[in-house]
Write a protein that binds this ligand. Structure first.
Ligand code: ATP
Length: 376
């Protein structure tokens, strides 16, 4: 086997599979605490993107969730039996697993996140792992103190919280939904909000109830829902009208950084929502969307013309000072440059302020300002 990949990979994948994955450049080796990990950067067979292999096992990837754009028809299509509705929150996905006695936080892509790993004792009761060392806790880190997200969350005022929504075993099998609710309750681990169980096969009253929930979430500035079956089956996700606008407002400065599909998807989701709920798109919504899509990029262009870069500001809290350097290194791996502004002691934590600078998006605006032509 190639010296590029550790021998333990052969425990989990055949030689042919390893060769295929190498050709696709899907295997990436990294070290953490003197341990070697290999992360999968693209989905392969039953392994979702972000699965991580190491000497003693696999951290399964968090499965993708299918989206529906028509709530009622989507539920009728995919849910013949009982299901729960969970709130969908907008932060970043984390899987926490114990490796060699240490809880580590893995990002969706299979990196170890130094920030989240540092904050685990603030986020969950780690006694959970004394009873269930083989389980992987999955959830979303949300809040203004996130090192990845800039969208304002109306329900978290400061720092971050970890809202859990799944337990995976080593084979990537989800724990039964109601067992999961009970276990997390027992350890007082903060779960995502939920409603149910529902069953729509018997009539429409549950469907009416679900529609009421989504309209309430929409009004409250929440992102949406994930609908999960009680027994086997797939989960689906559905988002609110207001979340589409908030997404545009939070990302329009990255118009030269993100794929165009990111923006058109939000428009389509909004149009479907209004169609199904018979809501006319108000002038206020239309003006806000147009402002987001034109005024924010206009302001960004002005800044770049004045010599600035496309950037975002972050203010995060960590327990150990070393974590700040590790976080910066981790963030720099993604092609977005990170510039530290300050690190200060603040109570039990250190507070790190930094900018993330979007090189590609800035370069594109600069080139256009310089008159450089391009084919579109
Ligand atoms: P995907 O990989 O599923 O195609 P994505 O990475 O683009 O999607 P989203 O479209 O935001 O992300 O939706 C899926 C994500 O929503 C999950 O990966 C998870 O991090 C997050 N999420 C928030 N709330 C929940 C919840 N209650 N149950 C499951 N996932 C949730």
């Amino acid at each position: 086997m190639s010296t590029l990949y550790p021998d333990f990979l052969e425990k989990y994948l055949t030689e042919k599979e390893i060769t295929t994955l190498k050709e696709r450049e899907s295997l990436h080796t990294y070290q953490f605490n003197e341990l070697t990990f290999v992360r999968l950067s693209q989905e392969y067979k039953d392994y979702p993107r972000g699965a991580v292999f190491y000497e003693k096992g696999i951290i399964p990837g968090y499965p993708r969730i299918m989206r529906i754009l028509h709530l009622e028809n989507g539920i009728n299509r995919y849910f013949k039996d009982s299901f729960y509705v969970e709130e969908k929150v907008d932060g970043y996905n984390i899987r926490i697993a114990v490796i060699n006695g240490t809880p580590l936080a893995f990002t969706r892509g299979g990196f170890i996140c130094p920030f989240t790993t540092d904050r685990i004792p603030d986020l969950i009761d780690t006694n959970f792992f004394k009873e269930y060392p083989e389980y992987i806790i999955c959830g979303e880190v949300v809040g203004p103190g996130s090192p990845y997200n800039t969208e304002a969350i109306p329900y978290v005022d400061e720092d971050v919280v970890f809202l859990v929504f799944d337990i995976l075993d080593e084979e990537g099998i989800r724990l039964h939904i109601e067992d999961r609710y009970k276990i997390f309750e027992r350890f007082n681990i903060q779960q995502i909000r939920r409603w149910g169980p529902f069953n729509v096969s018997g009539g429409t009253s549950d469907m009416d109830e679900i529609k009421k929930i989504i309209l309430e979430l929409d009004r409250d500035g929440r992102e949406g829902i994930v609908i999960k079956p009680v027994s086997d089956g797939k989960s689906v996700k559905y988002v609110t009208l207001s979340s589409c606008l908030r997404d545009l407002e939070a990302t329009a400065h990255l118009i030269t950084e993100l794929p165009a599909g990111f923006f058109t998807q939000r428009i389509l989701r909004a149009v479907f929502f209004c169609h199904e709920f018979g809501i006319p798109l108000s002038s206020e919504y239309l003006i806000s969307s147009a402002k987001a899509l034109y005024l924010i990029p206009e302001q960004t262009l002005k800044k770049v013309a004045d010599g600035e870069s496309v950037k975002e500001f972050f203010d995060v809290r960590v327990r150990n000072k070393n974590t700040v350097d590790e976080l910066i290194q981790h963030l720099n791996r993604s092609g977005v440059r990170t510039q530290l502004v300050s690190v200060e002691k603040s109570g039990d934590h250190y507070r790190a302020k930094f900018h993330r600078i979007y090189i590609k998006g800035t370069r594109e605006l600069r080139h256009r300002l310089m008159g450089k032509g391009f084919f579109d």
